[in-house]
Design a protein around this ligand. Structure first.
Ligand SMILES: Nc1ncnc2c1ncn2[C@@H]1O[C@H](COP(=O)(O)OP(=O)(O)OP(=O)(O)O)[C@@H](O)[C@H]1O
Ligand SMILES: [Mg+2]
Length: 116
């Protein structure tokens, strides 16, 4: 099992959700986030030069999947979230130790996929 964490442009959220639905990905969490992707702006201060870290609004998706769903999920996000301009975002794939479905007490593979 893996946790896919994707940081995307807010304006790409609908396209990404449609692509995930087509890839039969069910079960995800969406959060509003503020991010910084490395772009820096030099700012003058009275003590000399300093660097300002610009933050921009982003959407964070957290998607727990079984291993065979990793590639379709990543592919759906890559194709739907890309504009080709800097700032398109990132996808992280993290190992997951355990998953529990609270209602049933099911665990791991039985718990990660929502009941249809
Ligand atoms: N190393 C990182 N760790 C955590 N979040 C990150 C990281 N890099 C980028 N992000 C998140 O992704 C958002 C978009 O990042 P961004 O697309 O600028 O990444 P990038 O690697 O700089 O790619 P690009 O070259 O296209 O700008 C950031 O605002 C931030 O929320
Ligand atoms: Mg960047």
């Amino acid at each position: 099992m893996k946790l896919i964490v994707a940081i995307i442009r807010p304006e790409k959220l609908n396209e990404v959700l449609e692509a995930l639905f087509r890839a039969e990905v069910r079960g995800l969490t969406i959060s509003a986030a503020q991010g910084h992707g490395g772009e820096t702006e030099q700012v003058e201060t009275y003590r000399g030069m300093t660097v300002k870290m610009e933050l921009s609004p982003k959407i964070r998706l957290d998607i727990g999947v079984s291993d065979h769903f990793v590639e379709p999920t990543v592919h759906a996000i890559l194709s739907a979230a890309r504009t080709g301009e800097v700032g398109d975002g990132k996808i992280f794939v993290l190992p997951v130790e355990r998953v529990y479905r609270i209602r049933t007490g099911e665990r791991d593979e039985a718990a990660v996929t929502p009941v249809a």
